[in-house]
Design a binder for this molecule. Structure first.
Ligand code: NDP
Length: 250
């Protein structure tokens, strides 16, 4: 029930970090994974790496913050692959600033990348997912649960993605489309390498606060992604699953 053979998955931000970790897991379970990101060079390298491992992968260049670009992404996906079963809304970014110091442009950039992109991709994906039923996986964060002073827009976007997931889940349950969120803990990626460079002591604080006593790796997200993409989760919808080494319960 965990096999994804014959399934096609589109992963936004799938060319690096957590997105690539999940894409690799989906491909190892048998899916063809299509990576959507802005950096064509990075996407090509990710596709090459997956193919070198004997996995099925493709990439389409897209900025998922733009309505027209998202429409083009799904048109191109349809032209190349004709079907879609799994959508992973993973593209994300942050701007680390206190609320009083954040510009509207910075606020909007984070909201557009983390939350509006998921709406745009879901809306464009619905017609593709409906014929055979499908899966939506949205990526939240510990900031979907906790507050943090330097994450006003990031926290709002990640709180919003959980509620958006519930909305999609209820709207599309009758279409046999399940929508769930994954809430990663602290995972070692370019995003958090940037945060660690900016925030002295962050590395040690994460280690001390995480019961598993380690940073997560992108591969740690793969198992939950496969579960939520597969028939094993056909009666699971609207939930948000922390994958955090115990961070959220300690
Ligand atoms: P990375 O910075 O390593 O990866 C972010 C990915 O998003 C890149 O592949 C990037 O590709 C893509 N991306 C960013 N903006 C856009 C855009 N406008 N259009 C298309 N793609 C875009 O970050 P992570 O892997 O760490 O983060 C992935 C997700 O996980 C994010 O949603 C993040 O908020 C979330 N998360 C991460 C945690 C962590 O500890 N690392 C913890 C909790 C949540 P490209 O540059 O080619 O566009």
């Amino acid at each position: 029930m965990f096999y994804l053979t014959g399934k096609i998955a589109l992963v936004t931000g799938g060319n690096g970090g957590i997105g690539l970790g999940m894409a690799r897991g989906l491909a190892q379970a048998g899916a063809l994974v299509v990576l959507a990101g802005r950096d064509a060079e990075k996407s090509r390298a990710a596709v090459d790496a997956l193919r070198a491992e004997g996995l099925q992968a493709d990439a389409i260049e897209a900025d998922v913050t733009g309505e027209a670009q998202v429409a083009q992404l799904f048109e191109e996906h349809g032209r190349r692959h004709g079907r879609l079963h799994i959508l992973v809304n993973n593209a994300g970014t942050t701007v680390r600033k206190l609320p009083q110091d954040m510009s509207l442009a910075e606020w909007n950039h984070v909201m557009d990348t983390n939350l509006t992109s998921a709406f745009l991709c879901c809306r464009a994906a619905h017609g593709w997912l409906k014929p055979e039923g499908g899966k939506v996986i949205n990526i939240g964060s510990m900031m979907s649960i906790f507050g943090a002073p330097y994450a006003p827009s990031y926290g709002a976007s990640k709180g919003g993605i959980v509620q958006f997931t519930r909305s999609i889940a209820t709207a599309w349950a009758a279409d046999r489309i399940q929508a769930n969120a994954i809430l990663p803990g602290w995972i070692d990626t370019e995003l958090t390498q940037g945060a660690r460079a900016q925030v002295p002591g962050l590395h040690e604080r994460v280690l001390a606060r995480t019961p598993a006593a380690r940073w997560g790796q992108p591969a740690d997200l793969a198992g939950t992604a496969v579960f939520l993409a597969s028939a094993a989760s056909d009666f699971v919808t609207g939930t948000a699953i922390p994958v955090d080494g115990g961070y959220s319960i300690a």
